[in-house]
Write a protein that binds this ligand. Structure first.
Ligand code: ATP
Ligand code: MG
Length: 765
């Protein structure tokens, strides 16, 4: 192959180049961490554009986070030597799905200004439904139902498709019915949750083949990053869009042809029944197998980095790619360009302990570099102190803090580091964690704006109708609810009607009338006032700003600061609608993105990223691997945890530093811990055991002089039984251990931070 060609192609190895230049037909790049998969995708877009094969708006490109989408666009500009105009379809599944749904909202009984609910809203709404149905929400928590519904949506299941057995697990068989009434309520509220952003698209595509065809025609090329973590709904969505428009029956196996699709009855749903609830993704019909029916789709992924099984991801999607996209070219990349030899060897050795994997070769032409270090500390505070000192040293060497990351297994681990960094004055950012926009005062302010934007947004209205206090207590709200339900109108309209009657006491009536009048006024003002000014006016006139000004609590000043920052952040958007849209989709924290700072995030959020220096604290049984995952998913869970460890190690370019503490406080209770079994699984030749700064992990005796991690006794004489049994013994011994304490792990983050965990982009939401 001639190596001449556009500049952006030079530097690619032959396999990468093949993946970039094979523009026709389905392509799967199945390759390990750091082999340039994402780079291939970006270069491929550059190639498509510069070859004139498609315009920016004809390329559908799915990234894992919004941040990754921005980065891709930036790189693209660099490759092509000019900024790329457009690329409206470069984004996450949710942002693109939401965009399509907005365009056809009326087909989902929504208006185009519908609100996207986050987990918090979702749970509050479900609580109301449980109450209305007299279901004890202590016994059957709304959060549990929210989890079930998310799970069903991830699998592409509408209410009528949920298998009876599964619907039965909640509230003695009421799960399915509640899911149905939840969907109905969403329509009345003019709202959708994250799952709907894809599920409703799929429904629209299937019920309106003409609309589907329009998108199939538009998207000349489809590209998907991190394909190993797509769930069934995402798969179905992609599968529909990736059929060539000439194909008249873009249906999947298991579907019954539904003539005259327009029918609103059961038939479109019945169609999906077989296709969706499968453990394996459905295949195409035989007649669609010939080449040409599937168009130019390129997916890249790594089965060893599949870490979202708990959120419904199906690693099978990647394993069956060539089956589902017949004629697919599968390309493997083996050279890792990211990490040094020791790091790569350690990561490869660890993942080799998994059984369920395709297995692949990874090599680097880089030097061996520094060994992976393992450091024991007495407790998590010492761990944070040690890491803080290490980072200061890195800083003294003149390296950038942007090249330092701390990757934790559970979000609660972050607090200790945050405290430490504040003390040290080290700038840091939390990625994918509880975000700015999720703080209470920000949510309140956003609720005001949401009601202005969409008067049917009951959840937002309810949140602020009595904030600040206006004498509109629970009784009033209840009354509004009754009224709204009876007439099937939004709460806001119910309020408008109620103030004309004498159902409320004069005082409450007066303040409610004032609220209605204010919103009417703000809505009118919206037409003539810049949205940033409007936001300031709303905060001031509503008395919300004043409420915090009068507040004596320690954090009131900070909250006022945050509100200011909120108004400032709106400047980046053209209008209120655009801003609210951004909020609902934002997966990663943007503030301070330019500042040189340490990145703090969960292992889950670290996917696709790379840093020179990576700290991996908390490698202890129960915390990592997470006890919860082991309890709930057994061996499969253990393998997913191990993949998470592999993801963590492969984020590092030059230095990977693992830590474990012998004592850890979880939710206020101290417990003794033992080192993670994953430490036993690291290759001795690539690992160096270092002394903790405090030197007290093992009573200060340095009793872990052994350098062989395969040796079960490497971690001192206290534990001479194999890792697995040690974990058992420890589990039986103490009730208050990590993970047993009921939470804080990533999958439960929502419980603690009210961060929306269904976000794609966990964090990507
Ligand atoms: P992950 O599985 O972690 O997402 P990936 O396969 O997507 O990794 P990239 O992030 O695309 O890998 O690439 C890893 C690093 O290697 C990046 O810094 C990238 O710029 C660099 N890289 C990739 N290919 C080449 C190449 N041919 N020459 C030089 N550097 C490369
Ligand atoms: Mg990548």
């Amino acid at each position: 192959r001639a190596s001449v060609g556009p500049k952006y192609l030079s530097g690619l190895n032959p396999e990468q180049r093949e993946a970039v230049e094979t523009l026709d037909g389905p392509v799967l790049v199945l390759a390990g961490a750091g082999t340039g998969k994402t780079r291939v995708l970006t270069t491929r877009i550059a190639h498509i554009l510069s070859q004139g094969r498609a315009r920016p708006a004809e390329i559908l490109s799915v990234t894992f986070t919004n941040k990754a989408a921005r980065e891709m666009k930036h790189r693209l500009g660099q490759m092509l030597g000019h900024a790329v105009e457009g690329m409206p379809w470069l984004g996450t599944f949710h942002s693109i799905g939401g965009r399509i749904l907005r365009t056809h909202a009326e087909l989902a009984q929504l208006k185009s200004n519908f609100t996207v609910l986050d987990t918090d809203d979702q749970v509050r709404l479900l609580k109301q439904l449980l109450q209305a149905d007299n279901i004890d929400d202590k016994r059957w928590p709304a959060r549990m139902l929210a989890g079930l519904i998310d799970g069903w949506k991830n699998r592409g299941l509408t209410p009528s498709q949920v298998p009876a057995g599964e619907a039965a697990v909640f509230a003695n068989g009421k799960g399915g019915k509640l899911y149905a009434s939840y969907q109905e309520r969403l329509k009345i509220l003019n709202a959708a949750d994250f799952g709907d952003l894809l599920l409703e698209d799929i429904r629209i595509f299937r019920e309106h083949p003409d609309i589907l065809r329009q998108y199939q025609q538009r998207f000349k090329f489809i590209l998907v990053d991190e394909y190993q973590d797509t769930n069934v709904a995402q798969y179905l969505w992609l599968r529909l869009l990736s059929q060539a428009p000439s194909s008249t029956s873009p249906r999947l196996r298991g579907e019954v042809a539904s003539q005259g699709d327009a029918g609103e009855g059961d038939s479109p749903q019945a169609e999906l029944v077989e296709a969706a609830p499968h453990p394996n993704p459905p295949a195409v019909k035989d007649g669609e197998r010939e080449k040409g029916h599937v168009k130019n789709i390129c997916c890249v992924g790594d089965d060893d980095q599949s870490i979202y099984g708990w959120r419904g991801a199906e690693v099978d999607n990647i394993l069956r790619f060539d089956h589902d996209f017949p004629g697919a070219k599968v390309i493997r990349l083996e050279r890792n360009y990211r990490s040094t030899g020791h790091i790569l060897a350690a990561a490869s050795h660890l993942i080799a302990h998994n059984e369920g994997r395709l297995g692949k070769t990874l090599r680097t032409e880089d030097q061996d570099g520094e060994k992976v270090t393992v450091t024991g500390s007495w407790d998590s505070e010492e761990e944070a102190r040690g890491i803080g000192e290490e980072i200061e040293q890195i800083q003294r060497k003149g390296e950038k803090l942007n090249e330092v990351a701390i990757l934790v297994r559970a979000s609660y681990q972050m607090r200790e580091f945050e405290d430490r960094f504040v003390t040290l004055g080290l700038p840091y950012r939390v990625i994918g964690g509880p975000r700015f926009y999720e703080r209470a005062e920000i949510r309140d302010a956003l609720a005001y704006l949401r009601v202005i934007n969409s008067p049917a947004d009951d959840l937002a209205f309810e949140r602020i109708v009595n904030v600040p206090k206006r004498g509109l207590g629970d009784a009033t709200v209840q009354m509004l609810h009754d009224h709204a339900r009876k007439r099937r109108i939004p709460l806001f309209e119910a309020a408008r009607a109620v103030v004309e009657t004498d159902e409320l006491k004069p005082k409450a009536r007066g303040s409610l009338r004032e609220v209605v009048a204010q919103f009417d006024r703000w809505r009118a003002q919206r037409e003539v006032t810049a949205h940033t000014d409007l936001a300031q006016i709303v905060l001031d006139e509503s008395g919300y700003t004043e409420m915090w000004q009068k507040d004596r609590s320690a954090d009131a000043a900070g909250r006022l600061e945050n509100l200011k920052e909120l108004v400032r952040s709106m400047e980046e958007f053209e209008n209120l609608q655009g801003f609210l849209e951004h909020i609902s989709l934002v997966m990663d924290r943007d503030s301070g993105a330019d500042e040189d700072a340490v990145s703090l995030m969960t292992l889950h959020s670290a996917k696709g990223l790379e840093f020179d220096n990576v700290f991996l604290p908390g490698w202890e049984e129960g915390l990592f691997p997470s006890q919860r995952t082991l309890d709930e998913q057994g061996r499969a869970g253990l393998e997913e945890e191990r993949r998470l460890g592999h993801v963590g190690l492969t984020r590092a370019r030059r230095r990977a530093m693992i830590y474990f503490a012998t004592n850890r406080r979880i939710h206020g209770t101290w417990s003794t811990t033992i080192p993670s079994r994953f430490l036993d699984e690291l290759p001795a030749a690539n690992v160096e055991i270092t002394e903790s700064k405090g030197g007290s992990a093992w009573g200060g005796t340095g009793g872990y002089g052994a350098s062989r991690f395969d040796d079960m006794e490497a971690f001192g004489s206290t534990y001479s039984t194999p890792g697995w049994q040690r974990a058992q013994a420890n589990r039986n011994r103490g009730g208050g251990r990590n993970g047993g304490g009921g939470g804080g792990f990533e999958e439960e983050a929502a419980t603690f931070s009210s961060s929306s965990s269904s976000g794609p982009d966990f964090g990507s939401f």
